[in-house]
Write a protein that binds this ligand. Structure first.
Ligand code: GDP
Ligand code: IMO
Ligand code: MG
Length: 423
């Protein structure tokens, strides 16, 4: 197992944090490959709960080295806050955290522009963490990278050049006040002193680790249906959470990847706007939200809830090349009399052959559901597949069968040990 990619297979919040933390016990390195502090990955250690936004979810294992790859956009204040929080809780990151010198920085104007655009034109329902504007600057080659922190002159020149343009946009397009150049330069110069020790050529580091036979987990953020290329555009994030993003976001070759694990919630959730074919706007949706505690780990927003969508997951499995899936939060369905799975999409009575990614079609879809009987008993203390109630096994097997995937793990609770291996 040289590189195992852990990818969110739906709209994010599938439980990637829990599964990565659990699998990290048998790995050497965990590396985040895209996104930024828009992610919120929850890890429960005993009765303590931690939400990670930038640090890889392997950080709680003292033997694990953690990499934040070149594909990630880093908000230094968020990162330093997270490091401080973990250190206060007794988890030291010194000597085992490596941040790519090529990763782009999130600047205060990215966050400001993200929030302003959401209020004016772009109602995507973003997390407001500056993700889109930071990736815009990366693509237009105006971005400021971690490596730029190391040279005071370069940093000051780049911030000044960026603010000349951004201040025009802020004042003339949006009627906002100007951002003070010197204050930002001073703020980011101060970050350098604190981040310096972690800055690394992480592509080199990871490729050396591969040559030494180390086991690497590549941790995705968000989910395949939020992918800027393959998701429900424009209601997506601005990076590539799909498995291909792991190679570009870390600088590792596709030939090093041996396993692509799709993390799949036993039902569906989505935060923010955009199409959601199986969404339940009724009491059943409310029940999923209440029992599943479906509130954003980053923004606290209520997550939209719905039945499992096998059509979307088949598509996700195809795009990601998923080799096996881990089904999370099966225990949330414990009390349901009837559980449904969307097995097909119809538009005007005609069955679609594949998942449409154009908005117009997605918005006109009627989902076709198949019904399954619930198991009506608690499963969170079950530890072996054979001990799951027969209706729970039937549901798990239907999820595998209908999506053309092989089920590897089933999660029955938020803690590491609340996991059942199926195959
Ligand atoms: P991520 O972004 O994919 O890492 O997922 P989040 O952390 O945003 O959301 C998943 C939520 O479900 C977190 O609160 C987890 O603690 C919780 N969770 C993960 N797996 C399970 C499970 O099997 N059962 C239950 N009840 N909760 C789970
Ligand atoms: P994790 O890693 C769920 C959603 C936002 C919004 C869209 C664009 O915890 O699964 P952005 O701030 O990225 O520009 O917002 O993407 N979104 C997520 N939804 N989980 C996430 O991360 C998300 N990160 C972004 O709600 O709809
Ligand atoms: Mg999350």
């Amino acid at each position: 197992m040289p590189v195992q990619i852990i990818v969110g297979a739906q709209w994010g919040d599938e439980g990637k944090g829990k599964i990565v933390d659990m699998l990290a016990g048998d790995a050497d390195i965990v590396a985040r490959y895209q996104g930024g502090a828009n992610a919120g990955h929850t890890v429960c250690i005993g009765d303590r709960q931690f939400v990670l936004h930038l640090l890889p979810s392997g950080i709680f294992h003292p033997h694990i080295c953690c990499v934040i790859g070149n594909g990630v956009v880093i908000d230094p204040s968020a990162l330093l806050g997270e490091i401080a929080q973990l250190q206060a809780a007794g988890f030291n990151v010194g000597g085992r955290l490596f941040i790519s010198h090529n990763a782009h920085l999130i600047m205060p104007y990215h966050k400001l522009l993200d929030v302003i655009r959401e209020q004016t034109t772009n109602k995507i329902g973003t997390t407001g963490r500056g993700i889109g504007p930071a990736y815009i600057d990366k693509a237009t080659r105006n971005g400021i990278r971690i490596v730029d922190l190391l040279d005071r002159d370069v940093l000051a020149r780049k911030i000044t050049a960026n603010l000349e343009e951004k201040n025009q946009i802020l004042t003339k397009v949006y009627g906002e006040t100007k951002i003070d150049v010197d204050a930002i330069i001073a703020e980011y110069e101060a970050f350098d002193k604190k981040i310096d020790e972690y800055i690394t050529d992480t592509a080199l580091y990871l490729n050396k680790a591969l040559a030494d036979g180390k086991r690497i987990i590549a941790e995705g953020a968000q989910g395949a249906l939020l992918d800027v290329d393959h998701g429900t555009y424009p209601y997506v994030t601005s990076s590539n959470p799909t498995s291909g993003g792991a190679c570009t976001g870390l600088g590792i070759p596709p030939t090093a990847v041996s396993d692509i694990v799709g993390i799949v919630k036993a039902y569906c959730t989505r935060v923010g706007n955009g199409p959601f074919p199986t969404e339940l706007l009724d009491a059943t949706g409310e029940r999923l939200r209440t029992i599943g505690q479906e509130f954003g780990a980053t923004t606290g927003r209520p997550r939209r809830c719905g039945w499992f969508d096998a059509v979307a997951l088949r598509y996700s499995a195809m795009i990601n090349g998923i080799t096996r899936i881990a089904i999370t939060k099966l225990d949330v369905l414990d009390t349901f009399e009837e559980i449904k799975i969307c097995v097909g999409y119809e538009v005007k009575g005609k069955r679609l052959k594949s998942f449409p990614t154009d908005l117009a079609t997605l918005e006109r879809i009627t989902p076709v559901f198949e019904s399954f009987p619930g198991w009506k008993e608690p499963i969170s203390s079950v530890r072996s597949y054979a001990d799951l109630p027969s209706n729970a096994r039937r549901y798990v097997e239907a999820l595998g069968g209908l999506t053309g995937t092989s089920v590897w793990l089933v999660s029955v609770g938020a803690r590491r040990d609340q996991t059942v291996t199926c195959s």
